[in-house]
Write a protein that binds this ligand. Structure first.
Ligand code: SAM
Length: 247
């Protein structure tokens, strides 16, 4: 997977009226990041807006999931359902890289989600990749979803086979809403087959609380570990959550 960075400043200076979003966002921090995806021999283009906050940047955990989807196919046995079209939900999508790549590579129906203020950039990135996703038969839609918001979860519905997420566990006040969201989408009668694949970077010891609570209702396995990078304590770890068998 090749990643190259393009500063959009010059482009947007030349084409001021090309896109409504460009008019309301500061242009100096806009970057288009191009990912060559071997599996579809095409580029996925992601707009980053670094000055807008954490949801507008690409995080290493997202790159790991992309790499697994693209090169190693490690995830595919966990995601594929025989002869069925895959329906996939991404939580905390940020820039949308993982969901967009999954739609393109797997030809899946994907709903990318995040908080309301993130949706315009997700829509931008969906539009930017419509051709590559469409040519593989994938479908993408963005929806607002604050974790634990029952009304928003009901609007999105439960019809997903797989839930994906990258770098979601950091604020301890979000542990419980995130778990409630996972329970909503993964735990219904007859839903033992559903799976949550989460790429995570450990930053604080307190994150153990999230995993301890999760293990009360889910079986949680490690399916991939990146080696540590740049002297950090640990690299990205990818977990698989499935519902524990009911007694
Ligand atoms: C560190 S970023 C990771 C973004 C993206 N998944 C990635 O790996 O590049 C965390 C994401 O979770 C979202 N998020 C945080 N708290 C949330 C909440 N309570 N409900 C919904 N999304 C939330 C943020 O808006 C952000 O997009």
């Amino acid at each position: 997977m090749d990643i190259s960075f393009t500063n959009l400043r010059n482009d947007s200076d030349d084409n001021e009226n090309d896109n409504d979003n460009d008019e309301v966002l500061p242009s100096e921090d806009q970057q288009l990041i191009r990912h060559h995806v071997n599996a579809v021999n095409a580029e996925i283009v992601i707009r980053q807006l670094a000055s807008q906050g954490i949801a507008f940047q690409l995080w290493p955990a997202a790159s790991t999931l992309l790499s697994l989807l693209d090169n190693h196919r490690i995830l595919h046995p966990f995601l594929r359902r025989d002869n069925c079209r895959l329906r996939l939900l991404e939580l905390g999508s940020g820039t949308g890289l993982v969901g967009i790549a999954a739609a393109a590579i797997l030809g899946a129906d994907v709903t990318v989600t995040d908080l309301a203020h993130v949706i315009p950039n997700l829509d931008f990135n969906i539009a930017a990749n419509a051709e590559v996703v469409g040519s593989g038969g994938g479908k993408l839609v963005a929806a607002e979803l604050g974790w634990g918001n029952v009304e928003q979860m009901e609007v999105i519905g439960k019809g997903f086979d797989v839930v994906l997420g990258s770098d979601l566990v950091y604020h301890d006040h979000s542990y419980e809403p995130l778990l409630e969201t996972l329970k909503y989408f993964l735990l219904s009668l007859g839903d033992e087959e559903k799976v949550f694949v989460m790429a995570h970077v450990k930053r604080w010891n307190k994150e153990a609380v999230f995993f301890k609570r999760a293990r009360k209702v889910f079986s949680v396995d490690v399916i991939h570990r990146d080696p540590p990078v740049d002297g950090k304590r640990g690299g990205v770890i990818v977990y698989r959550f499935v519902a524990k068998p009911r007694k």
